[in-house]
Design a protein around this ligand. Structure first.
Ligand code: HEM
Length: 115
């Protein structure tokens, strides 16, 4: 179960990064696909985090729940769209996105080994 979830995080996370950069570069047609894949990653990380909590991997579990909620919140804070600009909110969104994907790997290893 966790293995399938982390595989999906890897594929959809990569897709969200590529679609996000295309969106930022002016491709507004990628907005729906970006938000769809981004939300899917957030949901997957949330489920992985809950599994981690049931396996006593408490810290990664709590961090996972927090980041899974913050990612879409910061994502929506970027509206109205301002292509090509790198304001603090866009930098924060990118950093949170990378942190969320990285944390998913940490959560997965916590689920496998415990802790
Ligand atoms: C794993 C999930 C996600 C990844 C990897 C990701 C990545 C990115 C990247 C690399 C960009 C371009 C640079 C930037 O503006 O930071 C971007 C832009 C954007 N993302 Fe995400 N994102 C994710 C989830 C989301 C979610 C859930 C939303 C929900 C609303 C969202 C909304 C946006 C918007 C609106 C922009 C365009 C900002 C602009 O052009 O002004 N993203 N994302």
């Amino acid at each position: 179960m966790a293995k399938a979830l982390i595989m999906l995080v890897r594929v959809l996370g990569l897709a969200a990064i590529v679609l996000g950069v295309l969106l930022w570069a002016g491709g507004s047609q990628y907005l729906g696909a970006h938000i769809g894949s981004g939300f899917a990653v957030a949901l997957l990380v949330f489920v992985l985090a809950v599994i981690a909590l049931t396996k006593k991997a408490v810290l990664p579990g709590i961090l996972g729940v927090v980041l899974a909620v913050l990612l879409p919140v910061v994502g929506f804070m970027q509206f109205p769209l301002s292509f090509h600009s790198l304001r603090a909110v866009q930098v924060a969104h990118f950093v949170f996105a990378l942190l969320t994907i990285g944390l998913a790997e940490r959560i997965y290893s916590g689920i496998r080994k415990g802790g």
